[in-house]
Design a binder for this molecule. Sequence first.
Ligand SMILES: Nc1nc2c(c(=O)[nH]1)N[C@H]1C(S)=C(S)[C@@H](COP(=O)(O)OP(=O)(O)OC[C@H]3O[C@@H](n4cnc5c(=O)[nH]c(N)nc54)[C@H](O)[C@@H]3O)O[C@H]1N2
Ligand SMILES: Nc1nc2c(c(=O)[nH]1)N[C@H]1C(S)=C(S)[C@@H](COP(=O)(O)OP(=O)(O)OC[C@H]3O[C@@H](n4cnc5c(=O)[nH]c(N)nc54)[C@H](O)[C@@H]3O)O[C@H]1N2
Ligand SMILES: [Mo]
Length: 765
Amino acid sequence: MANRLTAAHWGSYTIAGRPDDPELQNDPNDPAPSRIGRGWLSAARDSRLRIRNPSIRKGWLDGDKGAARNDDSFVEVSWEKASDLAAEELARVIRAHGNGAIFAGSYGWASAGRFHHAQSQLRRFLNLIGGYTAARDTYSHAAAEVLLPHIVGMTNSEYQERMTSWPLIAEHCSLLVAFGGISGRTAQIASGGTSAHEVEHWLKRAAENGTAIVNISPQRGDMSAVPSAEWLAIRPGTDTALMLALAFELLTNGWHDAAFLDRYTSGWPQFEAYLTGTSDNQPKSPNWASPICDVPADAIRSLAARMARERVMITATWGLQRSDHGEQPLWAGLTLAAMLGQIGKPGTGFGFGYGSTTPVGRPKRFIRWPSVPQGRNTVADFIPVARIADMLLSPGEPYTYDGEARRYPDIRLVYWAGGNPFHHHQDLNRLSDAWTRPETVIVNDHSWTATARRADIVLPSTTPLERDDIMINRRDPALIYMSRAMAPLGGARDDHAIFGALAERMGVADAFHKNRSVDEWLHWLWAGCQGVAQVEGFALPEFERFREMGRVDIPDQDEVRIQMGDFVADPQTNRLRTESGKITIFNERIAAMALADCPGHPTWIAPTEWLGAAQPDQLHLISPQPDTRLHGQLDNGAVSQASKISGREPCLLHPDTAARHGLGEGDVLRIFNERGACLAGVRLSESIRPDCIALATGAWYDPQIVDGAALEVHGNPNVLTIDKGASGLSQGNISHTALVRIEKWQGPLPPLRVSGPPAIVPAES
Ligand SMILES: Nc1nc2c(c(=O)[nH]1)N[C@H]1C(S)=C(S)[C@@H](COP(=O)(O)OP(=O)(O)OC[C@H]3O[C@@H](n4cnc5c(=O)[nH]c(N)nc54)[C@H](O)[C@@H]3O)O[C@H]1N2
Ligand SMILES: Nc1nc2c(c(=O)[nH]1)N[C@H]1C(S)=C(S)[C@@H](COP(=O)(O)OP(=O)(O)OC[C@H]3O[C@@H](n4cnc5c(=O)[nH]c(N)nc54)[C@H](O)[C@@H]3O)O[C@H]1N2
Ligand SMILES: [Mo]
């Protein structure tokens, strides 16, 4: 009998049970399966929240031009009718305004599986009908994506791929200084799927091996795998100041590696003048930094002294740069590591994103597997990914991005497949305003997410549990054949079929399908994998055999890498692709952009909101990734639901802070600022700074009017976060930068609307 497996961003599974009542069993090879997976089946089989049939927004049919888009009912229609409407609308907008008026940045995580990847299918289709306005970079690490090519001459993906491997850290690093911690919570995830989770294993190995670990974070729990780790409870948004003070200590004590700086970096003198205060009359001493970051000056001095003696890996989580001026802690951390002169050596240097997902630093061989060809987008225009509301609100307005002066395009139609802007964007009340502007919004999703509820044409997709696919990931130890576990729910169709129907109506069906059925596409993908494997020196089984086995393990899969090892071994031959061929501590090109919010070297600039300039009753809001789900995905599933308090998302609050507000464990509170307000449930924890509150992202957005005031009743932090670019360089999102106030919620609890579908008029017969 065939082995039936499937996979998700949070793990891989054996399918058991009956076809009408499947069960998912953890992969027995996975040392630490994710808890998120236990919520998958219940979410996928949630018949109230799965979209059953194509649905058209009532107001759109009546020609309301988007006015009621944020709260409307739907009319179910046949696939024929829905596909006709979508194709006619695309054709109309292209005729009247050109392809650039279609925004299909369609940012989001969609699902694992190479073939049925929603965005790949969307782009393949849209490129065949003349293209679309795209989005650049990601919500995960936009600041890094724009900055890293300037300062290390690598794209962010290259930097991630070449990260020094975990076993080298466990073996050689004697002091791990982790800004934002390293967390098994986030390491549950790998984009595209994973057959194993091993980050906590490596952290524990390092600790057992004698590596001292310092967690520099507002939350102790960011290093929960190693209870013995030291905790420097830094004030959020101030890591750059702390890094500068550490650099100052190294410099003034002569502990920096001047020879390394000379040979491998450019622009040290400009930075040195800033550190000492020659350029701005402010030495960046521990006494200067201490009141900024709320870390005692002595603790800064003693950490610097230890760094000077030890073999040090400095790491930053991705979250560190999802903040105002998020480029700075990244650049400052790299500079600090350069001063220690340990970059390019085994287990030391500067790491970015260890633990932020599972593959970072994974000691496995990297293989460039094939994917579905998406064609070429002939529309050159794009926006930085997090500038969506600005774009919709201000067509034609200027903005800067990576040294360019650009203008926002005039968008008439938005197409989203496999993402949820009403999950991921900041200041959702502002996005709601912006969202009424386009003439038409089309969304493919399998569930009634906040974004699906705000679309005009809603096309229901399958989930991976309802289709066959292949999990192919570039640094995963295995390839997995994903077998269908159950029949599609209601009238759901694969995204490929949805776009196929549109392609037929728009005269590009042959080019879209290439005469291949889905099964033939999977064969084609597998043949591509076989070709790649052959070049890599091994053979993959025939397709039918692979389908039967369900899983193939990559042979000779262990491999370790050292970040910038080649460059440090031979900086002439292996010059970095930066302006100087070296690490740029001062960057001429960035300096020439003359941006006040991103000068030419790492600089402390106070964030737009922070505790250093707050009223005594304000708290800093951290909105980290959720432990119980992937963003908004599976929020309706069993694991996420079990974590809720009176149906609201739990937040972490220090007991002293809770007591001051008359709050206890299990109470409901209102969190608010001038941008919005939401409810959440109180969970007490000594492991968070008393002036912070942590509310994970991902509770489904449920805005209501309660007693005449706007209130998000479920616990979505993005009604409180700030919609502003990190700087004029990257324009990255700054979800970790926000101040809030709290109070006990005294009123009756408003029922959640998002736990049921929107009002739907059933399908015409
Ligand atoms: N406050 C705050 N906000 C944040 C963050 C934060 O830390 N704090 N993190 C940010 C980050 S790093 C990210 S990456 C974003 C994540 O933001 P998103 O990636 O947009 O969030 P998801 O909930 O994963 O959305 C994926 C959507 O794809 C749908 N989907 C899944 N499979 C399929 C499929 O096969 N077909 C179709 N058509 N749809 C499918 C799911 O139902 C879901 O609605 O959020 C960002 N927002
Ligand atoms: N379980 C789960 N795992 C996930 C995801 C998920 O949705 N669920 N999403 C995945 C995605 S798309 C991404 S991009 C990654 C993101 O991975 P990360 O960016 O690493 O995750 P975050 O939770 O945003 O941030 C990590 C920690 O940074 C700390 N922090 C916040 N602000 C500051 C600060 O100013 N200074 C310091 N020193 N620390 C600070 C917070 O305490 C927070 O817990 O996670 C991935 N992993
Ligand atoms: Mo992300």
